[in-house]
Design a protein around this ligand. Structure first.
Ligand code: NAP
Length: 456
């Protein structure tokens, strides 16, 4: 029998478990550890609450989770409750699928001022991540600045711009919905340090901005490269450019309308502007007691890189959200690649018996589906490394060894069937039309999972 521990129950973790079942069938036992009492990681706390179709992939993970050979072990923090060396002693292969839950820093003066957030914190806040439930962002100013030109920047802009009705059917948490509905934001500026051809936004997500009930996306036509230059782009990027060009065309027609009254108005009645400010690198966050604005330097491209032109300006703003990428959390005794913000690894191998997959391996890039081949590839590597033992495995204890250790240490872990009780409670508590109302306090989650524990 082979015993595999996967650390992290997000997409990378479940795809690895699925691959392990395919590879070894009844010859494997998989334990999926998570620091949270609830599974699915990024699907629950990263994917936007109004993107329910993306979240539905969790049903596929549920099929894997309910296999008799797979077990969820929630509410266990590896590195605190159990060390990596202990896990390596118990399991034939330990796969770190811990994602990249921490914000990269801008490294700018003023970054620590109140109401400046990284996207992990801000997205975590509206998605009900217990760590960020008490963020209390202030939306009383009319301008928000978002830094970054990726899909997370789009998620954040869309969430800031949506009306209450547009959240129907989403699982945005009640505290965020109430706060956003009272927001006074009328201008959302998305800063890109490079140009339109360098964005990492995908067309479907960018196109959503054009369909918002009360917001209008705007691009300065002067920022666009000549149309002929789009020909060399890959098809997805060409579609992305199509959207940016249509936002710019709407801008032109709106301006024409202002001049001669002849052209169609671009966004009639939409009171929120989402402005793309390209070739714009933030240089400082301004303010004394809280953020009051952003100092920006105009850039130009040199060999694909943004270089400052020396021209600066500033945008008054009451909230800044940096959507500039993420880093993997460190685990004691696991080598870390500082530059990449992930575990140091060679094609997923960290050291004997220790592996990594997904964002913990390659950094925060790619879609959820990218993790599937990643999971299958790591299982092939583990199979090759275990080759010497074959079907018999190494004789390690696996889950029975963990159970003994958990009993000895009093680790109050949560099983998948116990998560299902939390799930039921969340579904039962949903507002009309919503799939669930997430529980955002860990002690309340545990109380639902283990009803013998008093709810505080
Ligand atoms: P991303 O696509 O890597 O975008 C990060 C952005 O931040 C880039 O525009 C980057 O500019 C900019 N940036 C980095 N450091 C900066 C700095 N110091 N100052 C100014 N700008 C800076 O990352 P992401 O948006 O966080 O998304 C992560 C992954 O999740 C991506 O693969 C994304 O597609 C995926 N995702 C997908 C969806 C979806 O499919 N619906 C939703 C959300 C996220 P440069 O290019 O110049 O470095």
């Amino acid at each position: 029998m082979r015993h595999i521990a996967i650390v992290g129950s997000g997409p990378a973790g479940y795809y690895t478990a699925e691959a392990a079942l395919k590879q070894w069938k009844d010859g494997v036992r998989v334990d999926i550890f998570d620091s949270s009492p609830v599974p699915f990681g990024l699907i629950r706390t990263g994917v936007a609450p109004d993107h329910q179709s993306i979240k539905s992939v969790a049903r596929r993970y549920e099929t894997t989770a309910l296999s008799k050979n797979v077990r969820f072990v929630g509410n266990v923090l590896v590195g605190r409750d159990i060390t990596i060396d202990e896990l390596r002693g118990l399991y034939d292969g330990v796969v770190l699928a811990t994602g990249a839950p921490n914000d990269r820093k801008l490294g700018l003066p003023g970054e620590d001022l109140p109401n400046v957030y990284g996207s992990a914190a801000f997205v975590g806040w509206y998605n009900g991540h217990p760590q960020f439930a008490e963020l209390h962002p202030d939306f009383s100013h009319d301008t928000a600045v978002i830094v970054g030109n990726g899909n997370v920047a789009l998620d954040v802009a869309r969430i800031l711009a949506k009306s209450g009705e547009e959240f129907e059917g989403s699982d945005i948490v009640a505290h965020a919905l109430a706060s956003l509905q009272a927001a006074r934001i009328r201008r959302i500026v998305i800063l890109g340090r490079r140009g339109p051809h360098q964005v990492t936004m995908t067309p479907k997500e960018l196109g959503e901005l054009a369909k918002l009930a009360r917001a209008c996306p705007r691009v300065d036509p002067a920022d666009l490269p000549p149309l002929a230059e789009d020909a060399g782009l890959d098809p997805g990027m060409r579609k992305t450019m199509g959207h940016l060009r249509s936002f710019a065309a709407a801008e032109t027609s709106a301006n024409d309308n202002g001049r001669d009254g002849a052209a169609e108005i671009a966004c009639p009645g939409r009171e929120i502007a989402i402005e793309f400010d390209f070739f714009a690198a933030p240089r400082a966050i301004l303010g004394t007691d809280r953020v009051e604005g952003v100092e920006i330097e105009r850039t130009r491209l040199a060999d694909g890189k943004a270089v400052g032109t020396g021209e600066t300006y500033h945008i008054p703003a009451g909230i800044v959200i940096a959507c500039i990428g993420y880093q993997t959390s460190r685990i004691p005794d696991v080598p870390y690649d500082e530059q990449g913000g992930r575990f140091a690894n060679v094609e997923g191998r960290i050291m004997s018996g220790l592996y990594c997959v997904g964002w913990a391996r390659r950094g925060p890039t790619g879609t959820i589906g990218t993790n599937r081949p990643d999971g299958f590839a790591i299982v092939e590597k583990i199979d090759a490394d275990l080759g010497a033992w074959g079907e018999a495995g190494s004789g390690k204890m696996g889950r029975s060894g963990f159970e003994a250790l958990a009993a000895q240490r009093g680790i109050d872990y949560v099983k998948f069937t116990e998560w299902q009780k939390i799930d039921e409670a969340e579904v039962a508590n949903a507002r009309a039309g919503a799939p669930r109302e997430k529980i955002v306090e860990v002690d309340r989650m545990i109380a639902k999972a283990h009803p013998s524990v008093q709810e505080s």
